[in-house]
Design a protein. Structure first.
Length: 701
């Protein structure tokens, strides 16, 4: 197995410690109230997490122990195992052993040790057999005595355990609070600099030498304070950084398993990297990579027969490489498959967007690639389980935008395809250019800026009432930023205009401004509530004079400018405008409801919740929903009965229903299918992407 970084190991061990502590509490709570389904579900979920993470990192002993306890409580759930004092004592013994294994990983790098006694005892209990818990306790006591006698220093090591701890876990919310405090400090520091400017003016007017001394000392102190603030702030930002390997490593297994499902031979090439990025970005990155990998598996890599016929090795290769460029990351997902047939894209786009046929006819490969990122666009005729229905690269583009990044596609037909992602290390700050337009100041994020150029009036070209400039061998339409904010008749372009070449969805425009001031990296503040629907802005920053400067949202600006162009694009905008999908989540677990609600709302869905089947029916009668997500086991009315009721209601006879359940009994799954369930997601394999993808597929989003 590849070497695991110390950061990942420490994170794993800290999480195991937290989950074990929570599991011990849940075991006692279940003993007091065996019918507490929420506690049992949480316990099984935590054990499953420990097991899965241990397997991923190669700690097989911890994996086996957590799996053994998981099997016991699955038996408790099914009523096959009695929740007795004997069970509680044995589980606590196993929990202590898992903690011992975790300590061994921290000290020695391995969890290997003899746990046959624990595994055999758990197997017997899970099978409903009697176990002599007192005899087990005695054997464990003797094992500990033998161990201490064999290692005289062991007790001393335990005494020093607290002093040996080299790291602690801090909740992300606490780090965010500290970052927020630094924002306030920076704001106050801006005020001090503004006061310093005023002091300098008074000094010049009065020619006061004493005031000059005070001003110089004040200036020196502010400079030192500014340096310290930004240094400490940078260190605090680093606390929110995690190694990108956490996300990359599992894709080796994903590629192997899903390629087998498709009947293809594919090898993963994912070199080790020490790059660390913001946790917020890391959360989005998993979904982005999953879509790109599945796209490569389904659309890119050929079958072994096709590869042989093309003179290629039967085994395809999907590579994920990562490199750091100052404050940005370049992540590339590439395959050596069939590549992209751009003429096929041209033909499909011409059929879908008839009003743009002339424009599409003259497009180059780079411009044609934009269609692959549009919702529902696909050149593949056959829909597979992996590719889904209408869920494609549009999700990638949307999520890349969320992390203030951009994506570029490179492909050679018959050779392969690469998706190059470029995004910042952290979302804590924003890089961009301060510009002036009609004496107003704005910040334009650098992620969308290709170049800054200057052009004279004689260099402009006018075609069909639209002004263009030549840039890198192509005509780029030019617009004045002032037209979006103040009355502007156009055509008053002066000599030596400052033009920002902006790019979005492989389309470029020139944005004319009065002045490009400077490149900055600043902390972003959210828009005031009153500007929530003002989509052309995405936040605010403070400049060196403590003035509020709005941040322009380039994708929205491009849309506004395109509406001014000579050709009609209204049909295209209407076709790509997202619709609001209404979802009802039905689950008796408050945790599950909140998790599913937050996941779905984060992807733009409108979500309501219900605590059980009866509550769900009431809400379904009062309001029309596009899709229902329901649990199986609930009080008053379970998911199966709810589904049966829905299929007898005219307005819900064909509405998609997703069942989310920890029960994978084939009989249960078959009952749901016969009752008309649209999809079935196992809670044991529940992931954010699974739910989002399932909902989007079923509502054709």
């Amino acid at each position: 197995m590849a070497k695991v970084s110390s950061d990942i190991t420490e994170s794993f061990l800290s999480e195991v410690s937290e989950l074990l502590e929570e599991a011990r509490k849940d075991v006692l709570a279940l003993k007091a109230d065996p019918k507490d389904k929420d506690t049992l579900s949480r316990l099984l979920r935590n054990l499953h997490t420990i097991k899965g993470n241990s397997r991923m990192l190669g700690h097989s002993t911890i994996e086996k122990l957590s799996h053994a306890v998981e099997d016991i409580y699955k038996g408790v759930k099914d009523g096959q195992v009695k929740n007795s004092d004997r069970l509680v004592r044995l589980v606590f013994f196993v929990a202590d052993k898992i903690a011992e294994c975790a300590a061994a990983v921290r000290k020695k790098g391995t969890d290997e040790m003899n746990v046959d006694l624990y595994l055999q005892s758990c197997d017997k209990l899970a099978a409903g057999e009697l176990v002599d818990i007192d005899s087990i306790a005695e054997q464990i006591r003797r094992e500990k005595e033998d161990k201490f006698q064999g290692d005289e220093d062991e007790e001393d090591e335990d005494d020093q355990q607290i002093s040996d701890i080299q790291s602690i876990r801090i909740k992300l919310s606490r780090i965010n609070e500290i970052i927020s405090s630094f924002d306030t400090m920076i704001t106050r520091e801006f005020r001090l600099k503004h006061q310093l400017d005023q002091l300098r003016v008074i000094e010049e007017e009065t020619d006061n030498h004493e005031l000059s001394k005070i001003r110089k000392q004040f200036e020196s102190d502010i400079f030192a304070l500014e340096t310290s603030i930004f240094s400490v702030q940078s260190q605090v930002f680093d606390l929110r950084m995690l190694p990108i390997g956490i996300v990359l490593r599992p894709f080796e297994n994903t590629i192997a398993l899903e390629s087998m499902q498709l009947g293809k031979a594919v090898r993963a090439n994912i070199p080790e990297t020490e790059v660390a990025i913001d946790k917020v970005i890391l959360e989005q990155l998993n979904d982005i990579l999953m879509h790109l990998v599945r796209n490569a598996l389904d659309h890119g890599i050929e079958t072994p027969e096709e590869r042989r016929a093309a003179g290629k090795d039967e085994q395809g290769v999907i590579s994920i490489t990562c490199k750091r460029e100052t404050k940005h990351i370049e992540l590339t997902v590439s395959d050596d498959g069939r590549g992209i047939d751009f003429e096929k894209i041209r033909a499909k786009a011409s059929r879908l967007y008839v009003e743009r046929a002339d424009e599409i006819k003259d497009m180059g490969e780079k411009e044609l690639s934009q269609f692959l990122f549009m919702s529902g666009f696909s050149t593949k005729d056959k829909v597979t389980e992996l590719s889904g229905r209408g869920v494609g690269l549009d999700v990638v583009w949307t999520n890349v935008e969320k992390i203030k990044g951009r994506v570029r596609l490179e492909s050679t037909f018959g050779k392969g395809t690469s998706f190059i992602l470029h995004f910042p290390l952290s979302l804590s700050t924003l890089q961009g250019l301060f510009v002036m337009s009609n004496q107003d100041k704005f910040l334009i994020p650098s992620q969308h800026i290709v170049d800054v150029i200057y052009r004279k009036k004689s260099e402009y070209v006018t075609l069909q009432n639209q002004t263009y400039i030549k840039f890198e061998g192509q005509l780029v339409p030019v617009f004045s930023l002032s037209t979006l904010f103040k009355d502007h008749k156009g055509g008053s372009i002066t000599d030596a205009d400052s033009i920002l070449i902006a790019e979005y969805m492989e389309q470029r425009i020139g944005i004319v401004v009065e002045q490009v001031q400077q490149y900055v990296s600043l902390v972003v503040k959210p828009l005031p509530p009153a500007f929530k629907n003002f989509t052309i802005l995405q936040g605010i920053v403070f400049d060196e004079h403590y003035d509020i400067v709005p941040i322009l949202h380039v994708p929205e600006i491009l849309k506004k400018f395109k509406s001014l162009r000579g050709y009609d694009i209204k049909k295209y905008e209407a076709a790509t405008k997202p619709r609001t999908v209404r979802v009802l989540v039905v689950d008796d677990s408050d945790t599950t409801r909140q998790i599913e609600k937050s996941i779905l709302e984060g992807s733009g869905f409108s979500v309501d919740t219900a605590v059980d089947g009866i509550d769900g029916l009431e809400k379904l009668k009062a309001k029309q929903y596009d899709i229902i997500v329901t649990d199986k086991d609930m009080p008053r009315m379970n998911g199966l009965v709810l589904l049966d009721n829905l299929r007898h209601m005219e307005k819900y006879a064909t509405v998609p229903v997703i069942a989310v359940s920890a029960d994978l009994n084939p009989t249960v799954v078959d009952q749901f299918k016969k009752s008309g369930v649209s999809a079935f997601i196992a809670k044991g394999d529940f992931k954010r992407g699974n739910l989002i993808n399932a909902v989007k597929e079923l509502v054709n989003e």
